[in-house]
Design a protein around this ligand. Sequence first.
Ligand SMILES: *[C@@H]1O[C@H](CO)[C@@H](O)[C@H](O)[C@H]1NC(C)=O
Ligand SMILES: *[C@@H]1O[C@H](CO)[C@@H](O)[C@H](O)[C@H]1NC(C)=O
Ligand SMILES: *[C@@H]1O[C@H](CO)[C@@H](O)[C@H](O)[C@H]1NC(C)=O
Ligand SMILES: *[C@@H]1O[C@H](CO)[C@@H](O)[C@H](O)[C@H]1NC(C)=O
Length: 390
Amino acid sequence: METKPALKSRANESVPDFFPLTPRKDLPFGFMKLVCGLVLFMAGTVLGMAMRARFNWYFTSHTELFFPQTMYCADCDPETMVLKNFVKPSHLAHKMTDDELFWRATMVPKIHEFPFKRTPKVAFMFLTRGPLPFSSLWDIFFKGHEGLFSVYVHTLPEYKLNASKNSAFYERQIPSEEVQWGSATLVDAEKRLLANALLDFSNERFVLLSESCIPVFNFQTVYEYLINSAHSFVQSYDEDSPRGRGRYNTRMRPAIKLSQWRKGSEWFELSRELAVNIVSDYKYYRIFQKLCRPSCYPDEHYIPTYLNMFHGPLNANRSVTWVDWSRLGPHPATYGRESVTVNFIESIRNNGTICTYNNEPTSVCYLFARKFAPSALEPLLNMTSTVLDF
Ligand SMILES: *[C@@H]1O[C@H](CO)[C@@H](O)[C@H](O)[C@H]1NC(C)=O
Ligand SMILES: *[C@@H]1O[C@H](CO)[C@@H](O)[C@H](O)[C@H]1NC(C)=O
Ligand SMILES: *[C@@H]1O[C@H](CO)[C@@H](O)[C@H](O)[C@H]1NC(C)=O
Ligand SMILES: *[C@@H]1O[C@H](CO)[C@@H](O)[C@H](O)[C@H]1NC(C)=O
């Protein structure tokens, strides 16, 4: 904290000028008594006036104490001590380091009832290097549902997202850091997105999406499905292969056993409770940071393994984001404009059984799909009012 020594020393200097500490010896005693009496009388008057003013103030503006409109300090932001800004920061920009942010974001109120009207929201967290080619599709998806969602975008640090004022993506970029795909910095970016979204106490569900994801159901379906689910949706499975158990490092013992090791898609959906737990975990995260290096990929193992170890019953163990890995190779199949037909969209939706919500589903259900090329945008926009039903 900054102190202000300049002011203090100036005050000290001025004291002897106006209030001599000892009366001068050469003044007659009677004169001194008169002066003292006068001073006492004046002090009494001033005190009385001040008390009355304070008394009046207390009764006329008592509410000011609890809901201050004005702050009685010279150098403070009048907005800082208002609850509204504590439960939902008005700006996404901040100067916190990750450690500071994670600490702040993982605070959980002990009182379970909210002293404000809380409508649970879904946080849509976009992890991208730069542009969001489907932002106009998402804007149609979000339209009319303001207050039920929040958007967060993590880009490369130098990238400036260009969104128009009426877009859900306008000023939704969070303070971002460099990310190397396949390294633990990818998990850092995920935790950074979660932590920034946790700062808004109304966010209840947190879904990670990429720039090539599209929504395949309308907002109401997605919202109800996620908000009403007792489970989070993180794919987590044990694969006895070089790409599964083969990526386990025996030096992780005894903290993490091979039997606890899991694999899963990066594209998660988490409840607030699990999001807080993941952001606050340093112990297991550090093991992955140190011992899970290519061909081990922390983004495919850390969260699935961590949840399996500590919160298994709260996880559906499947993702709500569909990725087509049917084509062999390290990258999923990408769909362009020629793929976007009514049948194709419906085949994604109905893969498995059609979603049921309210009743906890046991079937496969895809709310989001990746990966689509920017060229798919136009035919998708063409479908918003028909097959996509946005
Ligand atoms: C941002 O987008 C608008 C249209 O939405 C465009 O006119 C403008 O040139 C863009 N700015 C930059 C820096 O790309
Ligand atoms: C998911 O796996 C965990 C074990 O990690 C298990 O406890 C849980 O019941 C599974 N969830 C469902 C919905 O089967
Ligand atoms: C459903 O998805 C699986 C992979 O997740 C794929 O193998 C299968 O062909 C899909 N089925 C349909 C009907 O699209
Ligand atoms: C949009 O849909 C109409 C019919 O509904 C079709 O004639 C047109 O070719 C479509 N445009 C694109 C770009 O898919």
